[in-house]
Structure formats: C-alpha cells, structure tokens
Design a protein around this ligand. Structure first.
Ligand code: SF4
Length: 169
C-alpha cells in the first residue's frame, strides 16, 4: 500500500484508526477527517477556489495550492489534533520536493478559531518522515489491530461506536 498524507495524519491521531482505515474498515459517512476543511472553506473563503489550484500528487490531495507564492493552504475546523495537521502539511511539502518543486511552505488555517500557523519542512523532518513511513508500513501490515486510546478525540471519531461497543461487547 502506498503511503498517503491521510495515513501520515492518522499515524499522529491514533494508530488504531490508521490500521482500521488502511485495512479498509470504513465508516465514511461520519468521517470528520475527509470533510474537515471542505465544509469550512466554502463559508470562510468563497473566493479561494478561483485563485488557488487543487493539486493531486503521489497520495496527496491538496485542496488549495497557491502556485505563485508556493504556499499550501490547509484548512481545518479544530486544532485538537494540530500535530497531525502539521505532519500532514509537512508531508505535502515533502512530496512536492520529491517531485522537483522546492521552496514550498504551508499555512494551517483554523478559520473558526481565527488562528493560522506556518509550517516548514526541516532536514530533521525529512528524516523523520522516512521513519514514520517505515513505522506506518509496519503497523498497517500487522495482524493485530492496535488498542483503543481512550482519548477525548475518540468521541468525534468515525470509529467511536465500533471501538467502544466492540470493546464493551
Ligand atoms: S475511536 Fe479512538 S481508539 Fe478508536 S479509532 Fe477512533 S481515535 Fe482511535
């Protein structure tokens, strides 16, 4: 299975969610990850689709790429899993670099929180991404589904019922 930005994100959110998603156990209708930015951008930035491009490249689907300024705009609803968002954007930058597009930076935007954050890719991050990719392959090919994490974010996860009803049952 190819590594995608979604897997990089999920690796930082929850290893169990990563495993379930990668093994095609899906409850898409309530998945907040997929719809997160898309729902918000229409209300927050109605002009944006005309100015920025949508870019699909090596497992990354970047909704808003400002090619002139080489800035990736990633819009999220909540910063509860901010670290996962940061690594998702770092991975976008990494993939663009691998495809010969250098000097790209990212901007994480939380319009409902009125908060933005710059994202850059350091040499250390490049090494870390290679390690994360190896870890992801190991996790998703394991026969065992990782344990539940009992975190606050579980309540808004599309696997919530699956995880906890199964556990209790
Ligand atoms: S409900 Fe919690 S433990 Fe289960 S997949 Fe989602 S985040 Fe992970």
């Amino acid at each position: 299975m190819d590594i995608t930005a979604t897997l990089i994100n999920l690796y930082h959110v929850c290893k169990r969610e990563l495993w379930l998603h990668a093994n095609n156990i899906r409850f898409e209708h309530t998945s907040d990850l997929v719809y997160d930015g898309k729902l918000i951008h229409e209300n927050s930035y109605p002009q944006r689709p005309e100015r920025y491009e949508e870019l699909e490249i090596d497992g990354c689907k970047i909704d808003f790429y400002d090619a002139r300024n080489k800035i990736i705009h990633e819009i999220k609803r909540s910063d509860k899993v901010e670290r996962a968002h940061q690594w998702q954007v770092k991975y976008y930058i990494f993939v663009l670099e691998q495809n010969g597009i250098d000097g790209v930076t990212g901007l994480l935007e939380y319009p409902t929180l009125r908060h933005t954050e710059h994202v850059n890719l350091s040499d250390e991050d490049r090494k870390k991404i290679e390690e994360i990719k190896t870890e992801i392959v190991k996790i998703i090919h394991s026969d065992d589904c990782p344990p539940v994490i009992n975190a606050r974010i579980c309540k808004s996860c599309s696997y919530y019922e699956f995880c906890y009803v199964e556990e209790e049952g």
